[in-house]
Design a protein around this ligand. Structure first.
Ligand SMILES: [Zn+2]
Length: 375
């Protein structure tokens, strides 16, 4: 295993942070898989998963059983990891700019279209090489001036040529679920990922909104370019990139982490990164559903949230999910499902502000347009 340190440009005098990347196997010998954790720095289950995964990869590498390359970034956001305000950890937004650490990644199809258009042919493999080379050159030419931009660029440079990118996050309180872009949602690699991890919801969208997430930036390059250059110059779906929600913020226990690490090893074996016969894939726990089919439950007014259901419960339209109790007026209002689906996520706090997001239901039918993710 090779360790590489990537200094971030300092945000002030007298201090400098760095990223650490761990490189297993060898480049070009097989598929490349890139895994990072805690881009939202207060979402920690992935750190525990990598704690176990590293031991397994160390053993496999020593035994000569790695056929591809695995790159791990166990702390994807050292800036957010150090953002505490009055004892509260604020890891989702950079305090300086207010920007979400997992938004504002480049739309590479737009950036690279003019560069690659005249160099593509009728051969998919040739086009994959041309596009990856152009992406590499674009990334190497960037000169970020802020620490946040420097962080984003380092992560992209590490991940840009991976065949599979896994961005390990978690939700407030939730079951295992993941996000993929729609063109990839029914591909064998995405299906295998969901099965290996035991995902209870797989949510897909063709672009979730204007400010691209890390995973969308990397996977979106390929389908967005394919649509622009046309079928005569085929562009493969060369990077399956997924945001994986490893349950809830407090689900960092060793049993979950060991199990998830084993499941990731199973997936790596299935991809051919690890030598040996892959075990048969487990059955799928869900079918992929559209992100535009997710109902966000809203607080009708301020008050204490009394949840009636835990994440992972199938619901029908009309079912009461929670009651919000306003203690001065004593008003109690039920919050109900408007669709059939899986109640998969809820808040970690129990005081609601008006219109607050109280939870989500994954339904099979798309009914929303516009921005599909919370900022
Ligand atoms: Zn997150």
């Amino acid at each position: 295993m090779r360790t590489v340190r990537h200094p971030l440009s300092p945000s002030t005098s007298g201090t400098q942070r760095e990223l650490l990347s761990l490189h297993y196997g060898s480049a070009g010998a097989g598929p490349k898989v890139y895994i990072q954790t805690a881009l939202h720095a207060d979402e920690l289950p992935g750190m525990m998963v990598l704690h176990h995964l590293r031991h397994q990869l160390d053993t496999l590498e020593a035994a000569g059983e790695l056929r591809g390359e695995v790159v791990l970034v166990p702390v994807a956001n050292p800036i957010g990891l150090n953002q505490h305000l009055m004892y509260a950890h604020l890891g989702r937004f950079e305090l300086n700019t207010g920007e979400n650490f997992n938004r504002h990644y480049p739309d590479f199809a737009t950036e690279l279209l003019d560069t690659v258009r005249g160099r593509l042919s009728g051969d998919e493999d040739h086009n994959r090489r041309v596009i990856r080379q152009a992406l590499d050159q674009w990334l190497m030419a960037q000169r970020p001036t802020t620490e946040l931009a420097c962080l984003r660029l380092h992560l992209l440079r590490l991940a840009h040529d991976a065949d599979v990118v896994l961005d390990l996050h978690c939700d407030f309180e939730a079951v295992m679920h993941l996000y993929v872009e729609e063109p990839y949602a029914h591909t064998p690699r995405a299906d295998a990922l969901a099965r290996c991890l035991g995902a209870e919801a797989v949510l897909y969208a063709k672009g979730s909104g204007a400010a691209l997430c890390f995973d969308e930036s990397l996977s979106g390059l390929w389908w967005r370019l394919a649509e622009r250059v046309g079928a005569d110059t085929p562009v493969p779906l060369a990077c399956l990139s997924s945001t994986i929600e490893l349950r809830g913020q407090t689900d960092v226990g060793g049993a979950w982490a060991r199990q998830d690490a084993e499941h990731l090893m199973q997936y790596l074996t299935h991809l051919g990164v690890v030598a040996g016969q892959a075990e048969p894939l487990p059955g799928a726990r869900c079918a992929p559903t559209p992100l535009a089919g997710v109902q966000t439950l809203r607080a009708p007014h301020a008050g204490v949230i009394d949840y009636h259901l835990t994440p992972g419960t199938p619901v029908k339209s009309g079912d009461a999910i929670a009651t919000v109790v306003e203690p001065m007026s004593n008003q109690a209002t039920a919050v109900r499902a408007d669709i059939d689906g899986l109640f998969f996520q809820r808040q970690i706090q129990r005081w609601a502000t008006p219109d607050m997001d109280l939870g989500k239901i994954a339904g099979a039918t798309a009914f929303k347009t516009g921005e599909l993710l919370t900022p």
